[in-house]
Design a protein. Structure first.
Length: 305
């Protein structure tokens, strides 16, 4: 994947990366949202569900598709479009920055160089991701939060993303929307090192002599994206569990305190609660993400030549 290219218009290239990242994010959300909902429920209320299938079936039976498995889709779309548009635009500029440090052209960067560019780019995307993902996680775990804090037989009060945002701003102010920002950094930055590193290494392995990585075709691009996604989530899942707990339960404790509390009271396995649905959703979702990104970028670049 090439970000800004030497001799090209940096602004135009950035706009192409931004647009391609946005369209890729929309595709990712619609592919992955049901399993993301299951993941958040299992992370934040681990004792309520036996396994991934139990959580999926019970969510579907109680709340259906729109308010159940696809709960939080609007903030998820906002979160993913915001994150991935900024992420891929920043990734292009960070590739150029890393290339200048290494005295290399962007197209000659190694997988390690690209992984480093991804690490740096995710710092910027974390600021756009944190507030929108906080709203998404709260909506996904709405039923469990309400039944845990009141009469379990009480009717669930559904709330819109706008109403929830207003509620948080009123009670906690702007800092309330950035609850979990530190754990977002801890999750995103090493995560995207493995994400882009895994993607580029796999693309390199698929590239035949005389080919470039851009010539491997959509199926191999999708497989490379899936490898990147699995690498990301396997590496950073405990940080994601801690972030979800902090955001859904509005905790004011540090991520270290929350992590140690989980280890002490629930054991290390709780830090991997929800990993299975995450990997199930990640394989098709990140595959689709990279295919849409790469081919949208190629189409727009050819259109503007």
């Amino acid at each position: 994947m090439h970000g800004s290219t030497e001799g090209g218009n940096g602004f135009v290239t950035g706009c192409i990366d931004f647009t391609s990242g946005s369209l890729a994010a929309i595709a990712l959300v619609y592919v992955s949202q049901p399993m993301d909902t299951v993941k958040v429920k299992m992370q934040t209320f681990p004792k309520l569900y036996d396994n991934m299938i139990d959580c999926t079936v019970r969510t579907f039976k109680r709340d259906g598709v729109a308010r159940g498995l696809y709960a939080g889709t609007i903030p998820a779309l906002v979160a993913n479009v915001a994150e991935n548009s900024v992420l891929f635009a920043a990734y292009g500029f960070c590739q150029k920055f890393v290339g200048q440090l290494q005295h290399k052209r962007v197209q000659d960067l190694s997988p390690l160089d690209n992984a480093t560019a991804g690490f740096l780019a995710s710092f910027f995307s974390s600021f756009t991701l944190c507030p929108t993902e906080l709203i998404k996680c709260k909506l996904q775990a709405l039923r469990e939060t309400q039944t845990n804090s009141s009469n379990s037989n009480a009717k669930i009060q559904h709330i819109s993303p706008y109403q929830l945002t207003k509620q948080i701003l009123k009670s906690e102010g702007v800092p309330g929307l950035f609850r979990g920002l530190t754990s977002t950094f801890v999750r995103e930055m090493p995560g995207y090192f493995f994400f882009f590193g895994g993607y580029e290494v796999t693309r390199q392995l698929f590239t035949k002599p005389g080919q470039t990585k851009d010539d491997i075709g959509p199926l191999k691009t999708m497989a490379s994206g899936a490898v990147g996604g699995v690498a990301l989530w396997t590496a950073i899942f405990p940080a994601d569990v801690i972030k979800s707990r902090i955001q859904v339960q509005s905790l004011k404790l540090s991520m270290t305190t929350v992590g140690l509390d989980i280890l002490k009271n629930e054991g290390i396995s709780s830090l991997y609660n929800g990993l299975k649905p995450t990997l199930v959703r990640t394989i098709p979702a990140t595959g689709v993400l990279f295919v849409v990104y790469e081919y949208t970028k190629k189409f727009l670049s050819n259109l503007l030549e």
